[in-house]
Write a protein that binds this ligand. Structure first.
Ligand code: ATP
Length: 215
């Protein structure tokens, strides 16, 4: 169980709170808006009204005690930047901040953020890739050119085993799992046979995967 400080309870922050709660983590929620704080109460362990750009207020929360501090403020970049910087100064172990523009991402990283999440950009990329081909069903960017994609099996693989196709050697792609009738099979062996009804979860460079599956 992680102890998380979540600052900013707009739509994005609220989704984070709901999921963290579902995963069984301890969440301290902060927002300057009383209504937002009230609305978060069913999903969080504790919630307080306060301005996160106020150092004394932040200090009173005991920043060092949280495993993760998430700054989910979006539009108000000044607040987001000041909060991020203060959290790091006050000993935040892992500060994750939300960016809404490319330039914000850079500033946040230079001013105390250990990681930046950029929902519009990340989800925009995901939407473009996932819906630009009927062969792609899901996409996860792992960075440094590597991705995990869920794709349909090429027709010429159907009826052959993984060994016969020799996927890794011939295409430099790893098959991690196969989805069939909605169920994910992660117990892939060399004898697993490809079928036209399946989708494959594959790991590799984006370039290799695009080439291999002719996307
Ligand atoms: P979302 O896009 O997530 O719905 P939003 O557009 O409603 O967000 P933002 O300006 O991104 O609003 O702020 C998200 C939340 O952060 C709001 O609920 C806002 O009250 C809160 N917030 C902004 N600045 C501060 C601050 N300095 N201290 C505490 N909470 C803040």
């Amino acid at each position: 169980m992680k102890s998380v400080l979540l600052i900013g309870l707009g739509r994005f922050g609220r989704h984070i709170a709901v999921k963290l709660n579902e995963l069984g983590h301890e969440v301290m929620a902060v927002d300057k808006d009383e209504e937002k704080v009230q609305a978060s109460l069913p999903f969080v362990t504790n919630a307080v009204i306060g301005d996160s750009t106020n150092e004394d207020f932040l200090n009173s929360l005991g920043i060092k005690n949280y495993d993760v501090c998430i700054v989910a403020i979006g539009d108000d970049f000044q607040s987001s930047l000041e909060t991020t910087s203060l959290l790091k100064e006050l000993g935040g172990k892992l500060v994750v901040s939300r960016a809404t523009r490319d330039v914000h991402e850079k500033f946040l990283l230079r001013n105390g953020a250990d990681h930046v999440v950029y929902p519009e950009k990340q989800l925009g990329t995901w939407t473009a890739i996932t819906y630009s081909s009927e062969k792609i069903f899901d996409y996860i960017n792992l960075g440094e050119g590597h991705v995990i994609m869920e794709v349909s099996a090429p027709p010429e693989w159907v009826g052959k085993t993984i060994t016969q196709v020799d996927v890794r050697k011939n295409y430099h792609v790893n098959v991690l799992a196969i989805r069939e009738e909605g169920k994910l099979n992660v117990a892939i062996t060399s004898d697993t046979v490809f079928d036209s009804d399946q989708t494959l979860l594959v790991l590799g460079t984006e370039e290799r995967i695009m080439k291999c599956f002719r996307i």
